[in-house]
Ligand binder design. Structure first.
Ligand code: SF4
Ligand code: FES
Length: 145
């Protein structure tokens, strides 16, 4: 699967989905099952809900895989906007990743910037194919911890 962000527009906003950040929590599916349908392609049917409900659901994505932007060119990313200026908060997701939200930077072993001021999920089970980020594999291997 390509790691390029995918965009789904309803004419007002575009949902931006970053597959490599998805931890398959299914919060989006539970919140708007008519929009987020993991067994269909495309899996997001953006026109099946209005913009306020889409934004409300995007805010429930724990990993930052979902964000939105105005199709008129204004830059909006609810999680990012909220995070700026806030100190980082780490949360241990049951049987899954470490979720980080807030004002932070992650660098690799050479000092290259990987993430800045966003929400992100870091692998805790050791089985992700996209380390250091969680890719949802913890569910497949039945990670407990
Ligand atoms: S991480 Fe976000 S995009 Fe992935 S399933 Fe959960 S709520 Fe949906
Ligand atoms: S914690 Fe999710 S893949 Fe490891």
């Amino acid at each position: 699967m390509s790691n390029e962000p995918k965009e789904y527009s309803n004419g007002e906003i575009a949902i931006v989905w970053k597959s490599e950040k998805c931890i398959h929590s299914a919060n989006c599916v539970r919140s708007l099952p008519g929009v987020f349908k993991p067994h269909e392609r495309p899996w997001i049917s953006v026109k099946n809900a209005d913009t306020p409900h889409l934004k409300e659901t995007i805010a429930k994505c724990p990993s930052g895989a979902l964000s939105w932007k105005s199709v008129k060119g204004e830059a909006f990313d609810k999680d990012v906007d909220k995070a700026v200026g806030e100190s980082a908060k780490l949360n241990i997701f049951a049987d899954g990743p470490i979720l980080i939200k807030g004002n932070f930077e992650i660098t690799d072993s050479k000092g290259n910037l990987l993430e800045k001021k966003e929400s992100v999920a870091l692998c805790r089970c050791g089985a992700s194919e996209n380390k250091p980020f969680c890719d949802g594999t913890h569910k497949k291997i039945g990670f407990k911890g």
